[in-house]
Write a protein that binds this ligand. Structure first.
Ligand code: PLP
Length: 347
């Protein structure tokens, strides 16, 4: 299989936008080519120049941490941008389809709908693992992408590795593994498999463990042809200079992030045990993420009682296979204590 053949014909023949700095390569000190403000910015730092379209300094630092070459790395304005670009590059509106595995992250479906791409839903099994038989049945010649979220949002579990590998080895389209919560998981990342599978796309993000949701920075790792296509069709300056600077600075503070991850996992295990003891909690699902899904006797009532006490959780009780469930993000120790005090009072 050649992944280049998966792209849309109009993308294959597209002549991409050429930036002022694409057209000039070399040394210069006077830049009068991009209609920027040559005086500076009305700020302590200068943002008057357009940022590097390929974010090479930032990618270099990311690649050192991840062990993935730059040519296999794409950066997006959040992983949500990478998701949207995958649809635009590989899925013909009104013709192609993608497979999603509910209950899962909502953006895959929204992005498909925006791009007028048919969605085929194959529910996870009751244990929230893949239904490989029904996935195989759902695949047809127009199926371009399969989205696998692992650890899965909102259920919190990791998807069994062997099942994912079965799909990677047999599906002729792209397998997108969304690892937004991988830093909290016992299971290891699929990044190491990039050399094995040309049809693998791994999504990660700075929005969760890295604590940079407001900067909007997501990563996609894949084979060179897929990365080249994403770079060809992305908005030229999709990662702004402030985000590039701040993310680069954050990468020097990986130690702090690792400490938070450890605390989050400790707190997750403490909360899971504590939830078990609360009378109206019917089930606590095991979690490999920074949140826990619990089934309660009356989700809306508990949700509203928590709101009355200033605590917001996510009501997932209307979601397939999550009937009666709330999704609770792990907070700081103090926030978690507040939550437990109120839940205990209510029970
Ligand atoms: C939070 C989350 C993301 C992150 O998206 P960004 O656009 O990078 O903030 C991606 N996938 C899943 C499953 C998520 O829960």
């Amino acid at each position: 299989m050649d992944v280049k053949d998966l792209q849309r014909e109009n993308i294959k023949t597209l002549k991409p936008y050429s930036t002022a700095r694409d057209e000039f390569k070399g040394q210069a000190s006077v830049f009068l080519d991009a209609n920027e403000n040559s005086f500076g910015s009305p700020l302590p730092a200068n943002y008057n120049r357009y940022p590097d379209p390929l974010q090479l300094d930032l990618k270099d630092a990311i690649c050192k941490i991840k062990g993935v070459p730059i040519e296999n790395t794409f950066l997006g304005n959040g992983s949500d941008e990478a998701i949207d670009l995958l649809f635009r590059a590989f899925c013909n509106p009104g013709k192609d389809n993608v497979i999603i595995l509910p209950p899962t992250y909502g953006m895959y479906e929204v992005s498909a709908n925006i791009n007028d791409i048919e969605i085929k839903k194959v529910n996870l099994l009751p244990n929230f693992q893949l239904d490989l038989e029904r996935i195989a049945e759902a695949i047809d010649v127009n199926t371009k992408l399969i989205f696998i979220c692992s650890p899965n949002n909102p259920t919190g579990n990791s998807i069994h590795r062997v099942a994912i590998e079965t799909i990677l080895a047999n599906f002729k389209g792209l397998v997108v593994i969304d690892e937004a919560y991988i830093n909290f998981a016992k299971q290891k990342t699929f990044i190491q498999e990039l050399t094995e599978y040309a049809n693998l796309v791994v999504l990660q993000t700075f929005s969760k463990a890295w604590g940079l949701a407001a900067l909007r920075l997501g990563m996609a790792f894949s084979s060179v042809p897929v990365i080249d296509i994403l770079n060809k069709i992305k908005p030229p300056y999709n990662i702004n200079q402030a985000t590039q600077d701040l993310a680069l600075a954050a990468l020097f503070n990986v130690q702090q992030v690792n400490e938070w991850i450890k605390t989050t996992v400790t707190e997750r295990d403490r909360l899971s045990l504590a939830f078990e003891k609360i009378t109206f909690v019917k089930k606590v699902y095991p979690s490999d993420a920074n949140f826990i899904l619990i089934e309660v006797t009356d989700a809306l009532k508990i949700y509203n009682l928590l709101v009355d006490n200033g605590i917001i959780v996510r009501d997932r009780s209307k979601v397939t296979l999550c009937e009666g469930c709330l999704r609770i993000t792990i907070g700081t120790e103090e926030e978690n204590n507040q939550l437990l005090t109120i839940l205990t009072q209510l029970s």
